[in-house]
Structures are given as C-alpha cells and as structure tokens.
Design a protein around this ligand. Sequence first.
Ligand code: ATP
Ligand code: MG
Length: 399
Amino acid sequence: MIEPFLTAIPIIEQLEASGFQAYFVGGSVRDYLLKRSISDVDIATSATPYEVKEIFPRTVDIGIEHGTVLVLFQNKSYEITTFRTEGAYQDYRRPKEVAFIRNLEDDLKRRDFTMNAIAMDRNGNLIDPFHGQTAIQKKVIETVGLPDERFQEDALRIMRAVRFFSQLSFSVENETLEAIKNLGPLLKNIAVERVKVEFEKLLVGENANKAIRLLLDSDLYKYLPGLKNHKDQIEKIISISFKNLNKIEMWALLLFYLNLKDKSAEVFLREWKLPVKEIKEIQEILYFIKKRMEREWVEYDLYKAGREVLSSTEKLYHLVKGLTETLSLPYWLKRYDELPIKQRHDINVTGKDVMEWFQSEGGPWLRETLLKIECAVLAGDVQNDKEMIKEWLIKCSQK
Ligand code: ATP
Ligand code: MG
C-alpha cells in the first residue's frame, strides 16, 4: 500500500481493536487503482458516529445526521462515515435521515458508481461486489444498480457522472447515458450548492471540453442555473481549446461567451451561489478582457488588475483570440513587477502629508490629489519619494 493510506492505517486498527469494521472507500480507492494522485482518504466503518467519537480524542461533527465525523489524527483529518443505507428518498434528493447499518456491502450498494463502490481493508485487500475494478479497467462510468432508479433517488448523481466524465476521461455506459439524457429535469430539485461543487469540478477537468459537449447533447444545460437560453454561446466555448484554466478563469470564460452585461453577470454568479469575493474577481477579469480587446495594457491597468487578474486576463484574452499560447504573459508580468507601487499603501505620501502641505482640511480635493499622485507615480512622471512628490505637486498647483 502507499501513502496517504499508510498514515491512516492506525485509525482502522483502532476501530478494529474496539470491535468494529473499517475500510478505505470511495474516491481514494478509485484514484489509487487509477494511479492518480489521491486527495482525501475516506473511511467507512460499522461504528456509529457516537462510537467513533468515543474512540478518537479529537473529532469534529461535520455531518452526524449523515453519519460523518471528522477525525483529526497526526495533523491530518479524515472523514469517517458509518455504514448506512439511505432509506426513502424524497423529491429526488438525498434523504434527510439515513439508517446506520453494520454491513459493508449494503453501504457500498448505496454508492453512486461502481468505480466509487470499492472498499479496501488495511492490508490492501479489495472488496468489490459491484465489479468496480472492471469498470476502472474499461474506463466506464456506470451506476451501482439501475441508472434510472439511482438518478431518481438523488439527481445530483447525474451531474456527478458528467463531472467524473470530465475528470477521468472515462466513457459513460449506455444505460447510464440514456438515463442522464432522460432525467435531466430532476436536477431542478437539487440544491444549487451541491450542483455547483460538481459543475466546478467538471469545468476544470481534463476532459472539460467534451463534458460541456455532453451537457449540451443531453440537454442537461437547460436545468443548470442561467444556461437555459444559451446553447449557441456554450457551443462557442467548446470550439476553443482551453486547458489548464482554474475555476475562476473557467467562470470568466463562460461569462465572456454568455456575453452578459455587468449586472446580469453578477445575477448569474449569485444564482450559482458563488462567494462575493470570487464574483468580484471574475467581474474584474471580464472588465479587463474587454479593455484588453481595445488596447494593450497601460501601467494603471496593470496596477489595478494585480498579478493574478492580469495573468488570468491575458490567458483568456489569447484564448478568445484563437491563440493557444500566451507568449506575451511573461512580458506583462515583468512590466507589472517593475511598477513602482503595487497598491495605494505603497505611495510614500499620506493624506495627512498632503493636508499639511496645503494647510487644508480633508475633502473631495484630497481624494483627487491622492489619485493624481498615484497616477503620476505609476506613469513615471514623478518618483515615489516624499520630497519629490511634494515639489511636483506644488509645481502642478502653480500652473
Ligand atoms: P473526489 O475525488 O472528487 O472527492 P469522490 O468519489 O471521493 O471524488 P466525494 O464527493 O468525496 O467523491 O464522495 C465520496 C464517496 O461517497 C464517493 O466515492 C461515493 O462512493 C459516495 N457518494 C458521494 N456522493 C454520492 C451520491 N450523491 N450518491 C451516492 N454516493 C455518493
Ligand atoms: Mg472524496
């Protein structure tokens, strides 16, 4: 076995020593078999959340009602989930209440895809009643059990199928694909927050281009926030060969092609429940792409954008222009690094200094003067030096 499983083995041993069963499950086992990098190691156990909490001194309740406790162990955290079945589903959503069980196989049975329904014990033996390993070898995404039933139980699984399609470049098994095409409308019942998690993973997947194609071909896009009337615009995104973009850049690219005005762009991103900070960053990128279409960067724009937004904007600008490489990026980053100031705070003059020099109280004139200084320093009209700025200001005011 390999890391990060090795470090987690003592957790399984402790559960077993207390008389419970415990296994590695889910994405980590799948990614291990795929020789992909493993993110978090999840553990499934026959112990109830309360029993888990009695065994480990440091735990966080992150979803007790669903059977999940976070265990902090040797500076790492592990989600430990009690074997469960999901009983009756309501409104095509995952159930509010789950039943804890003591049997591993029934727990694997409630999992979404066969590749995600493999358990591994602490010696590396696999428990694979639904032939997930075969699916992994054949690179196919197939539901555990009948796709229609499984998607009706929890329609989020439809989105999860497409995001795994994007991340893993697997194909989708025929009946699973049929069900995806037929059951899209059920997505309307799923909380946007959950859909967003899958959609963002889809956007940055290695096969994102084809996954977006699949969203169109299966009509799923119609049931995602704000995309219903934009088939043609989404087609345009597929026609360009983007890769290695982060999720913020993907949102910006999407919005660029949706061509929504500022306010509607914000409404769209709010509908997707993005955090305000991310919405701001995406809007900044969109603003600078539009500017970039008109002209090259000037000092003040480089400064206003900042390194990250500059770099995202430049990448996206080249993509939408049909260029695959962003050759000019190092040049603009160098120009950015050479700016005399990176933020207003870096100016060697304060509002207080300026008020003293002119023997005046604060007011709109002060803000204007500080802006003037900022622009002049950036343009190289004056050096970022207190005395020099003072001289320059006084000379300007005498003109
Ligand atoms: P990732 O590597 O992106 O975390 P993952 O497969 O681990 O992928 P998670 O969302 O972390 O995905 O879920 C962990 C496991 O829980 C899955 O592998 C699957 O077995 C199960 N699972 C998650 N969501 C569902 C769902 N909606 N329906 C059924 N099983 C699910
Ligand atoms: Mg996971």
